[in-house]
Design a protein around this ligand. Structure first.
Ligand SMILES: [Mn+2]
Length: 425
């Protein structure tokens, strides 16, 4: 069984509040198409975060359709499997699934629930795609530990798999042991699941969510030029299609995975993605600018030598920048028609002369915010910005709201039960 594994496309991403990345995505899809044609995989897997936001614009939806229809036309035998990530709307991905079946594409948006286990209607088969060469278990983004639900699906596969065909499972999940390089969340706040919570019975777990390509427990796979061979089971992040932020300084790849049989050998080859725009930090020699003029001059020279990219500056902490510095840079880049772009989040080095100049801003990543279920976590981490706030008061208020909501829910349930037990008319 041969698969191409990618994830975290983030179609429609707007970077630095300003820049549309559709040409960068187009550049990625051209490469993906070429790889599909050359390698003829049995399936192309996209493990979640297809879109950057839950309700992408009509233009972004059209590019999604155009790209995947084209991939299908070029490789009609290839199955395309797309699952929803935490950035996607589960129900919107699911809503289009039946029409996509006509293009040999399987879209899975809505996850199974804990209650699914009480059902005996074969719900597990909604997540199982049976190919001639093996099985794909397509799990979209789920919250919490669902190991019983997942195992129940894998057990159905095991029952059917008398020919010992390879089993690939997809998920969008942070697992223990991952390297979060390039993400803003620090590992303490990231909710990770132990890989054992993903059940037993798969040979390759095709993960999405973390943007750095990596095989869990096999650091040596970071070398993108070697062909890795491991015994089943293998747990791997393909990494994202584009550099989603400038902090992702490692190369991005698509994983080409071959599995000989169930519980057999898993071989991984990485296909290096060429980026349309690279991320640059100036000065490129590792020093820091000490004046706005110096930065502007250096940038003008730098961009005249290349075609396109993202520019970010490194300044000494004590540099006095004019308040219109950003505007100066945007103006200087105007003739380049968005080919050269500006990342206004600067890097600061050195020690500040004055103690009160707090230049480091607290930043949350979107994915981290979406996974934050406790509002107190957010408030605690931003409390510096609200000096007058009594955290105990706020905590108390949330507790009251929570209790009130529980009560309302109970009342609603009681009413529903009364309705269903009432005799039929
Ligand atoms: Mn994600």
């Amino acid at each position: 069984m041969k698969i191409l594994h990618t994830a975290d496309l983030h179609l429609g991403q707007v970077i630095y509040q300003n820049y549309d990345r559709s040409d960068e995505h187009q550049h990625f899809f051209r490469q993906l198409e070429q790889w599909c044609k050359e390698e003829q995989p049995d399936a192309l897997l996209v493990s979640g975060d297809v879109f950057d936001i839950q309700q992408p614009s009509a233009t972004v939806k059209k590019t999604f359709t155009d790209y995947f229809v084209r991939l299908h036309q070029e490789c009609p035998q290839m199955h395309i499997v797309i699952t929803a990530g935490n950035h996607d709307s589960a129900s919107r991905i699911q809503a289009d699934s039946s029409i996509w079946e006509l293009a040999n594409a399987h879209l899975v948006g809505t996850p199974p629930t804990i209650d699914s286990l009480d059902n005996n209607d074969g719900w597990q088969y909604n997540y199982i795609i049976r190919l001639d060469s093996g099985y794909i278990v397509a799990l979209p983004y789920m919250t919490g530990d669902r190991r019983n639900v997942i195992q129940s699906i894998l057990d159905k596969v095991a029952d059917d798999n008398t020919m010992r065909l390879p089993v690939v499972m997809m998920a969008h999940q942070a697992v223990t042991g991952l390297d979060p390089a390039g993400h803003h969340f620090d590992i303490g706040t990231l909710r990770t699941l132990d890989p054992s919570a993903m059940g037993n019975g798969y040979d390759y777990l095709a993960l999405g969510h973390i943007h750095k390509p990596q095989t869990i427990g096999h650091k040596e796979d970071d070398n993108i030029n070697t062909i890795a061979a491991h015994r089943s089971p293998v747990v791997r992040y393909s990494g994202s299609a584009l550099h989603v932020s400038c902090d992702e300084t490692y190369p991005h790849t698509v994983s080409l995975v071959e599995i000989d049989c169930h519980q057999g050998k898993v071989q991984i080859r990485q296909l290096r993605i060429d980026e349309l725009r690279h991320f640059y930090v100036l000065p490129s020699d590792g020093t820091s600018f000490t004046s706005a003029d110096e930065a502007l001059e250096s940038m003008t020279e730098f961009v005249s030598k290349g075609e396109r990219g993202y520019i970010r500056f490194r300044f000494d902490m004590n540099t006095d920048l004019p308040s219109n510095f950003g505007q100066m840079i945007y103006d200087a880049l105007l003739p380049y028609n968005d080919e050269w772009r500006y990342n206004p989040k600067m890097l600061w080095t050195g020690v500040s002369d004055s103690k009160d100049s707090e230049k480091e801003e607290l930043v949350f990543e979107v994915a981290e915010l979406q996974q934050m279920t406790d509002p107190m976590m957010f408030i605690e981490r931003t409390q510096d910005q609200y000096p007058g706030l009594d955290l105990e008061d706020v905590r108390q208020a949330f507790e009251e709201v929570k209790a009130e909501m529980l009560l309302l829910n109970e009342e609603k349930e009681v009413k529903n039960r009364q309705k269903t037990t009432a005799p039929e008319q």
